[in-house]
Write a protein of this length. Structure first.
Length: 132
């Protein structure tokens, strides 16, 4: 799972991070993000937007891990890309498009520009608009 999470994080961050690792601390491990420029940061030291990218990478990896041993369940994310710039949103939608080959992906948003990006990245996407 860590390998897939590292790949997803590298993709979503557009190469700003090379992957993930853990560092033992007392009776647990701390998650570490590996910077492309060298060095590392604990997950708790990352900006809010980068933590959201990390969270999404972990969820993507977990979804694949689950699907390998069990029947696939829908992957649902609610506006997790609100702090992403358009380039990182593109990368996330690429990952979602790949994930759709093993199960249903549902992304909820009220940001219209993200719908445009989704259409650009995955022309077969189905977008449902719900009136208030």
């Amino acid at each position: 799972m860590m390998t897939r999470a590292s790949q997803a994080f590298r993709t979503i961050s557009r190469g700003a991070f090379t992957g993930l690792d853990t560092q033992p601390e007392d009776d647990h491990e701390r998650l570490v993000a590996l910077l492309a420029t060298g060095g590392s940061k604990f997950a708790t030291e990352l900006s809010k937007g980068t933590r959201f990218q990390l969270y999404l990478a972990l969820r993507v990896a977990g979804s694949y891990e689950f699907a390998q041993t069990r029947r696939s369940v829908p992957f649902v994310a609610d506006d997790i890309m609100k702090t992403f710039d358009d380039f990182r949103a593109e990368e996330a939608f690429c990952l979602f498009s790949e994930m759709a080959s093993v199960g249903q992906v549902i992304y909820l948003t009220h940001h219209r520009h993200l719908c445009s990006i989704a259409r650009q990245i995955c022309p077969t996407v189905r977008i449902h608009e719900i009136a208030a």
